[in-house]
Design a protein around this ligand. Sequence first.
Ligand code: UD1
Ligand code: PEP
Length: 416
Amino acid sequence: MSKYVIVGGNKLSGEVRVGGAKNSVLPIMAATVLNGKLNVLHDIPELSDVIVMTKILRSIGCSVKREGSSLVVDSSEMNGCEIPEDLVREMRSSIIFLGAVLARYGKVIISYPGGCEIGPRPIDLHLRSLREMGANITEKHGFLFCEAKELRGAEIQLDFPSVGATENIMLAAVFAKGTTIIRNAAREPEIIDLANFINSMGGKISGAGSATVSIEGVTELEEVEHQIIPDRIVAGTYLAAAAITRGSIMLNNVIPEHLQSILYKLKECGCHVVCKNNTIRLDAPDKLIAIDSIKTLPYPGYPTDMQSQMMALMTVSDGISVFIETIFENRFKHSEELMRMGANIKVDGRVAIVKGVNKLTGATVNAKDLRGGAALILAALAAEGKTVVEKGHHIERGYDYLDEVLRSVGADIQRI
Ligand SMILES: CC(=O)N[C@H]1[C@@H](OP(=O)(O)OP(=O)(O)OC[C@H]2O[C@@H](n3ccc(=O)[nH]c3=O)[C@H](O)[C@@H]2O)O[C@H](CO)[C@@H](O)[C@@H]1O
Ligand SMILES: C=C(OP(=O)(O)O)C(=O)O
């Protein structure tokens, strides 16, 4: 198991190119089963989640080849609909095979998904919606047996704008008879990327990025080549890394519009931020100002996936910040580890109160989940002395070459 050893105190300075978004790549990889043809995907990060997705695709007969930063998936020889349980339990996104394989094969057997422990992550909205489209789903011994001779278009009202449920419905609806309308759909940029991918193959999806998405069923899809959008959370994490070290950074290959809620908070804590075309430059102040409150919300609200990194930043700010986590029930596990480093944090259910301290001190800490792990790396960059962040595999689900990238902008960090 990997760990990261960091000696804090270096101001970061330099340029970083941001790669493709994990949360776009994973559903799009699942969507490659749809066309039964060649799919060429560009800007694919080297993440452990991408490796798991690759193994799943291969297990059902697809060929997957990495060519530099591109991935070539040929789904013409797909010959199975049973998704291996050990792989499904490794990550949440495996559940997106539910809609994709059902659409292509008319049948799928899949277990309940695993992933980071950040609170309960039910899939009731996914299942209810697919049932509304005519899927017959039975649940037994932790497995889902789904079948649909023909899926039909339906008007689906989501109780919550779930990212995964919106994606599963979009995928299932691609070949459905008639039109499917999703109301209260998730509006994340990754939903638009998935829709663009499907439309490039000949699908008919409109409204992605708004609360109402409409999918008209088609009968066939073509070969496709697609560029994945840049990862807004990775971008936000590197901006926060520069901010916590009182440094500066220039990010290339970003879509500033996707980071508006994050940039707004970084400006509130005193950072100077300039966006120009596909770049963002951040210069940090000598002393960060505490942000009054951060409430996580579905896009375009402040993302839950940037909550822990911003908390790391607030541990060394001037004043008190309140965090309200509305998306996941148990996403403050990093706070205990930050406290080992000298942070002053009180957690009560979904609320955390952070009182800024003058300095953090290096310690041995555990990454408990992906973004919480990233938050510990950020804290370590600012802390006095040496920090060891153990259980680095969580971090490698979402950040590739993290140590190399941070070293290239001046950090003292080693991956062991
Ligand atoms: C691979 C990927 O894209 N992951 C992202 C996706 O996860 P994911 O797609 O799992 O997140 P959802 O938007 O579905 O979940 C948000 C909330 O809705 C609840 N819920 C969801 C589905 C359901 O059937 N029932 C239900 O109650 C969840 O428990 C959670 O509390 O969006 C999250 C919220 O922005 C991000 O943190 C994840 O990084
Ligand atoms: C929670 C996350 O991802 P996943 O949904 O893949 O677990 C995340 O990216 O922070």
